[in-house]
Design a protein around this ligand. Structure first.
Ligand code: 26Q
Length: 812
């Protein structure tokens, strides 16, 4: 399609859908029109992709994730279809701005943060590398809550993202399956020694899939993300007459749990987990049976990936279907299950390791519990005599009345991976050490990655243009080519062009800040950014204490030679996480204090942007000069905003945690500001129990002065919150070593301040960060999953009617 044709089609589609002309249509009507033109165009490829996989008998991977966080899809799909430029120009000629139109689309926010966003980057990369892989998740009626600030407190509002419909999804009623939740089960013998489960009571729910096309980058591949929604099955209508009864069913896929790392232990959550696991596994088996291959060979055609422990019941559900439905013997079924399943761990925080009480599991999925009991029994039997008793007790699935989901995932799969080198090493040496002793070959690392297309081409067109002009456009398909930029680190014209692009992005963010927060910021200042969920271990508090220090220093000496800085935060706190909410309140009150204080000559501004989400990330990241990655070493599994910020030329200030270690290796010590305890120093403190925050508080005059402001009235309106945070640091011995790392952090910040003063040097550091970011492309990450874990291969290019090769998947 060319531009002229697009304009004609667009106007025709608008007339067909809304009986309107462009001048009469609202932005939403225009958006719906464009979207429908796009989906009707790629749906042919969608069908064809599916047929190709099937006919080639290709092994497919299914990424089971309780969260997906795609954000907006309009521009991403346009880019991947190869339509972005044409549509943008065509619309302009029709008097429409594509950007305005894109704003109409609500973010699809069916995830909390890193884990969900990673799943969506993977979906983009899997399609873009031509790999046969699909997503499987939940279609929540309400996404992650919207955040507002009232009196500087976080307030949560529902995210009604489906209100105006969702044009990317297709409801597939014909592909619905039934899922049984609750009730009782007993086994009966059929006379041949076979045990059959008999179910009594409980609810038979209908799981209806909504499929969304995952459009590959200019390769004609369209994969599927399948999200399940609950409905009352037509046969059961009579049982659910009252509003209350119907509500109980509908609740199941109503809301995403907003806790991003702590285990809430709610029955509804467990039901959600079983619901999407059972629906997904059933639909995979139904597909496999259509292929008419022997059940014994299913491991050659299907790979199921368990994204964190939330879908760990895949192991038991797959066993259930093979045994109960396919009448397979336990051992054959178990071998197949292990070969099909693989598992990624995303956290080392103890409170995030999922455990469910036996009672709860029995009440939600009694048959699954029976199978888990049998898995546990056989595990103990098999290990007894081979390994010592204590080791077996520590690794079994059922312990002290609880089912350990990570244990189930590890025992029932052939691969367990961490998400950064350091994290994977810690899994082997500490968190999952016992399992490493049992199954060393199962453990591996797959460092996270990011979809370069979204995080440069879409989010940062200014930078993308400079890159095209400097190194050509091959980086768009092969991010490793960003390295070509290193040839220009002494080229002042290129350095200037990169700086101009950054400036343009900063101006744009400054406008947004003024419009949304009423704060005027200086675009020449350092834009210092910390964007991630609010969590004690991520240490937004450390950032805050440094800001307070700078403020006190400036109050003492307004002529202090520091570069003007704008500190920018974006973070949601889990609604039930009291401490995290207090941190938000204190940051906001500190911001109000500092932003209104004229005596510091506008050298400091603090901006907390409300409702951090994918779209806001796309605005903030291109404008960042400094990337704050300051978690306590060993706590952040990987981090992915660190990669996005680096790619966009921000300079990282970081502890040696998660993927920061690999970023340091990529750019070298001179192009990153590393500070703080190392992971082994942290573990030494744990071993020796030798940490005392009070010692630091008493002996370090700077720490004393800064921490005291939490409780001495310097910062207004934080009486209880200031005390709570003060107590966490002093009375409860500072769990995340904030005070221990404070001095070193201030030095690292000072080195940033110095570096920025030398414009040329700063620009060179920034260039080297961009140039070395290619290794974090999620295209490469998924390729490694495909090769090492899933054993799937890219689709073959097919020929269209004219014998022209239509898609040409690119390999590394
Ligand atoms: C569990 C039980 C009950 C309710 C909620 C949860 C829950 C929900 C979300 C537990 C964990 C999560 C999300 C975790 C997460 O996002 N982890 C991040 O994963 C990223 C991708 O691998 C890493 O980069 C981050 O370091 C890690 O924190």
């Amino acid at each position: 399609m060319d531009k002229t044709e697009f304009k004609r089609c667009f106007s025709r589609r608008l007339a067909e859908k809304f009986a309107m002309e462009v001048s009469d249509a609202s932005p939403n009507e225009l958006y719906q029109t464009l979207g429908s033109l796009m989906t009707s165009t790629y749906s042919q490829n969608w069908q064809q992709t599916w047929k190709d996989y099937r006919e080639a008998g290709q092994k497919q991977a299914y990424y089971f994730s309780i969260e997906f966080l795609p954000g907006k899809m309009l521009k991403s799909n346009l880019l991947n279809m190869g339509w972005l430029e044409m549509v943008s120009e065509g619309l302009t000629e029709l008097g429409i701005s594509l950007d305005d139109l894109a704003e109409v689309e609500p973010d699809m926010a069916l995830g909390n943060g890193g884990l969900g966003r990673l799943a969506s980057c993977f979906m983009d990369s899997i399609a873009s590398t031509g790999l046969p892989g699909n997503g499987n998740g939940i279609r929540y009626e309400y996404g992650l809550f919207k955040q507002r600030f009232v009196d500087n407190y976080q307030v949560e509002l529902p995210d009604e993202w489906l209100q105006k419909g969702n044009l990317w999804e297709v409801r597939k009623e014909s592909k619905a399956v039934d899922v049984r939740i609750g009730g009782d089960v007993y086994l009966s013998e059929d006379g041949f020694g076979n045990l059959t489960p008999n179910y009594q009571g409980g609810m038979l729910l209908r799981a209806v899939p909504y499929d969304t096309g995952m459009v590959g980058y200019q390769n004609d591949i369209v994969n599927t993300m399948r999200l399940w929604s609950v409905e009352i099955s037509p046969e059961e209508e009579d049982r659910y007459r009252s509003i209350g009864d119907r509500r109980a069913v509908e609740d199941l896929t109503s809301v995403l749990y907003p806790d991003d790392s702590s285990e809430a232990g709610r029955k509804l959550r467990l039901s959600q987990e079983y619901f999407f696991v059972s629906a997904g596994v059933q639909s995979i088996l139904r597909y496999y049976k259509q292929l008419n291959k022997p059940m014994d060979e299913i491991n050659q055609y299907i790979a199921i990936h368990i994204n964190d422990t939330h879908p760990a019941m895949c192991v038991a559900e797959f066993m259930r279907l093979l045994i109960d439905q396919e009448k397979m013997g336990w051992e054959r079924a178990w071998n197949l299950t292990q070969e099909v399943m693989s598992y990624t761990n995303h956290t080392i925080m103890a409170e995030a390791l999922e455990k469910w009480s036996i009672d709860m599991m029995k009440s939600v999925c009694p048959r699954i519990y029976q199978i888990i009991e049998e898995i546990d029994r056989r595990f103990v039997e098999e290990m007894t005599g081979v390994h010592d008793f204590d080791l077996i007790q520590r690794t079994r699935v059922i312990q002290c009345g609880q089912v350990h989901m990570a244990h189930l995932a590890i025992i029932g799969s052939h691969s367990t991976n961490g998400v950064a080198k350091l994290h994977s090493d810690l899994l082997k040496s500490v968190v999952l050490h016992d399992f490493y002793l049992l199954y060393p070959a199962r453990f591996n690392n797959k460092t996270n990655g990011i979809a370069m297309r979204r995080w440069t081409q879409l989010a940062n067109p200014a930078l993308s243009n400079v890159l095209d002009d400097t190194i050509g456009d091959s980086w768009r398909k092969n991010p490793s080519d960003l390295r070509l930029l290193l040839n220009f680190e002494e080229d002042d014209q290129v350095l200037e062009a990169l700086a101009d692009a950054k400036w343009e992005n900063k101006k744009r963010l400054a406008t947004y800040i003024e419009d949304h927060c009423g704060i005027k910021v200086n675009s020449n200042a350092i834009f210092d950014v910390q964007i991630k969920r609010l969590h004690a271990y991520k240490r937004q508090l450390l950032n805050l204490l440094h800001i307070i220090k700078l403020y006190l220093d400036l109050k003492e000496n307004p002529d202090l030679p520091i570069e003007p800085r704008v500190f920018i935060f974006g973070a949601k706190a889990a609604p039930s996480y009291h401490y995290a909410k207090s941190i938000i309140k204190v940051i906001n009150e500190t911001a109000s204090l500092i932003n209104q204080d004229d005596s510091i000559n506008n050298k400091l501004k603090v901006v907390f942007l409300a409702n951090y989400n994918v779209s806001l990330a796309e605005r903030i990241i291109p404008a960042a000069d400094v990337s704050e990655q300051i978690s306590l070493a060993s706590k952040e599994a990987s981090g992915t905003s660190n990669m996005k910020l680096m790619l966009n030329g921000a300079v990282t200030i970081a502890t040696l945690d998660g993927a920061n270690v690999e970023i340091r290796d990529a750019v070298g010590d001179d192009n990153i500001a590393i500070f703080g305890l190392t992971e082994s120093e942290v573990y030494q403190y744990y071993e020796n129990r030798s940490y005392s925050s009070t010692d630091i508080f008493k002996n370090d005059a700077v720490v004393y002065k800064v921490v005291k402001t939490l409780v001495d009235g310097t910062i207004p309106n934080i009486i209880s919150e200031g005390q709570e945070i003060f107590d966490s640091l002093i009375k409860y011995n500072d769990e995340f070593f904030v005070l221990r790392d404070f001095g070193d952090y201030c030095l690292a910040q000072e080195s940033i301040n110095q570096a920025y003063q030398d414009k040329r040097r700063w620009r060179q550091i920034s260039l080297r960060n961009i140039a070395n970011a290619g290794r974090f492309s999620s295209d490469k990450t998924v390729q490694r999953y495909a090769d090492d874990i899933w054993q799937i291969e890219p689709a073959f290019a097919h020929e269209d009617d004219r014998g022209v090769t239509q898609h040409d998947t690119y390999l590394f």
